[in-house]
Design a protein around this ligand. Sequence first.
Ligand SMILES: Cc1cc2nc3c(=O)[nH]c(=O)nc-3n(C[C@H](O)[C@H](O)[C@H](O)COP(=O)(O)O)c2cc1C
Length: 343
Amino acid sequence: MYSLIKPLLFSLDAEVVHDGVMSLLEFVARNKTLLELTKQFCTVANAKLEVECMGLRFPNVIGLAAGLDKNAKALPIWAALGFGFLEIGSVTAKAQSGNDKPRLFRLPEDNALINRMGFNNHGASVVAARLELWQHTHGTPKIPLGINLGKSKVTPLEEAAQDYLESLTKLWAYGDYFVVNVSSPNTPGLRSLQDRAPLEELLKTTTGFAKSQGQTKPICLKIAPDLTWQQIDEILEIALQNGLGGIIATNTTIARDGLKSSINQTGGLSGEPLKARSLEILRYVVDKLEGKMPVISVGGIATATDAKERLDVGAALVQLYSSFIFQGPLLPKHMAQGLLEQI
Ligand SMILES: Cc1cc2nc3c(=O)[nH]c(=O)nc-3n(C[C@H](O)[C@H](O)[C@H](O)COP(=O)(O)O)c2cc1C
């Protein structure tokens, strides 16, 4: 079915299609009959797929990566589509419209996307109110909910920690885990928050807040694929010192190695061209952490075999974004079935 409508979808502007599909998913999510039908058709419930990580129970290891449902518009649909967990966001303290359009590009020859969205989102207060409303109408999410936090563009880098703290405070009641995202390439200077001094301040502030709440919810850090090994060593040291819940590796890349497409757009590259680097970073991080902290692997994961490879290397969970765009809504189901066969 998806292969039939894909040529039409791919002939239209990528963000127009994204917004249209999100509206459709929101419609299904709000209709309990359609939601139940989707669940019946798309989920693979099997105890063999369940895992425990960061003190949370996951029905399967396949998660929706941050950026697709930034504003929690279609929250209950992701469990019904067979995902084992989801990450909303990035959410920033202040609502913002992001960069000028066009800012999302498909590279079909490479099974890849380039985006420079720039954290377009409704802001922490509005997203918190929406999560509250979903709780009223649909109960707590059926799968663990991660909330990914970014820095508001108007906030100077020196005040970043307070900006993240504002979002964390507003959204604390609703997430099962939180992600400090300092690795998107589309907010000026954001990646410099991965440097020692700002990162120490940021993680001290956010984990300090978690501790003040009884440390019941893990805080993770999402890192870029363009870091040097030395930078990664430093980041892991700071992550361990601050008792983070986990590392998410990786965000999109600014590298353009080996692309078949001749497209020349700035922004973060995701999908198949990111696969090798994301896997390389996973190996390195798992090796360095020696089991002291779980790693969630993301970047170029498109099949059950890809997911199994990440788990074999030592990832606790995986996430995907680009492959969902290229393969359609049955991907989580097919991956879960594939994983079951390989377990
Ligand atoms: C259009 C788009 C928007 C994204 N927005 C975010 C975001 O807001 N926050 C974030 O942490 N990652 C964001 N990402 C990165 C993804 O979560 C993921 O790390 C990256 O795409 C690599 O995974 P993939 O190869 O499966 O797509 C975005 C990716 C895309 C393609």
